[in-house]
Design a protein around this ligand. Sequence first.
Ligand code: NAD
Length: 444
Amino acid sequence: MTDRYQQFARSGLGRQLVRRLGLPDPTPLRRHVPGAPALDGPALVGGKGRLTDTVHTVLKAIGAKEVVRDADTADRYAALVFDATDIDDPARLRELYDFFHPLMRKVGTCGRLVVLGTPPSGSGRDAVAQRALEGFTRSVGKELRKGATVQLVHVAPGYEAAAESTLRFVLSAKSAFVDAQVIRIGTHGGEPVTPGDWERPLAGKVALVTGASRGIGASIAEVLARDGAHVVALDIPAQGAELSDVANKVSGAALQLDITAGSAPAQLAQYLRERHGGVDIVVHNAGITRDKSLANMSDAAWDAVLAVNLSSQLAVNDALLAEDLLRRDGRIVGVSSIAGIAGNKGQTNYGTSKAGVIGMVDAFAPVLAERGATINAVAPGFIETRMTAAVPLFIREAGRRMSSLSQGGLPVDVAETIAWYASPASAAVNGNVVRVCGQSLLGA
Ligand code: NAD
């Protein structure tokens, strides 16, 4: 999908106009290329919290050059990490200012800022201070330029080592379109398994991806296969040809099934039991829109959206859990939407279903934790797909520009976020809903 404005803004004349008129200036985002360095410049770490050792270990493991404050000075930083886990009083929030203020003009293109915190709980001043980190992070996200991002990662005490997969993700180009998010680690338990090979953490795993014949689903299939999984790509029979192309490309299997059919959960369970003895990763990506104002919406449009986007997913989960087919260390991933967070005009059916996906995560996270499994969701914003290419020009342009990164994301951005959830190293990442929206202003 071409973003003509982005191309224009990069041209000679475009650059001048963008600068003079203060127009959005969408920087081409750096995306993951296997084998390329995770960071393209030095990293600086501040703060004295519980996570400092883990941060140093991760930076070393990803081959980052770490500089020491005041000893070396760099012109540009690829990553700034501040460990605020020990901030126990609002008076100490000044430490954030002291660390970041002198560095804000030195953040490199597509730089990564990470604030580490402790999940706020209880009635003490520490909880007040930790909650305050959220406002800092979200505001910094709106000030960063040139494709740089910031995240707040809340790590429960005792889960310091379990933060590794998340730090690797938020520091890398895999999180290109994830911006100003609050990620919680350890809220619902989970013992991470360190992959033998971080390039192929899903080796030996079986992943089911619904709606996999095109768009975001096809990209999820590709990324999970790249990470080593055997992918079962599912879609409706009418998408059969495109589905087998995807399945062939990822050396996986194609499964033609309408997930809303009454017999679908049982058929799916039978397929996974007979072929693979179970499943490790289930990505509920299939989704539809049938937009109309509530006054004009037919009951068929309401029912179809709720059936594909929510009820069928619950039915599949129930069938897999009832037969114990989701293996220990299993992963369920839902695909919500910012419309499920903010609501959207003409999408009462869609917004309801996508908020229901968030409800599914909240309800199932403790249940799956007991089985050593997790459930999380992504909430994409404007992603460049056939679905958004069909949106009228003016609304499409608004959707693209009304975010901190001033552009649409790519299907791969959603897929990389799902791959992070799917990793065996992400066992303590449970019950999260992370927006992949470039900090869209919608529902912010
Ligand atoms: P898409 O329409 O290109 O793909 C959806 C796929 O789901 C299609 O291949 C379709 O055939 C399949 N599907 C529909 N009904 C099905 C059924 N009953 N059984 C099996 N498969 C079925 O859409 P997309 O843009 O790739 O979106 C993928 C997911 O991401 C959806 O859940 C969508 O709601 C969500 N999402 C997309 C965006 C975006 O900007 N594109 C934003 C937010 C959320």
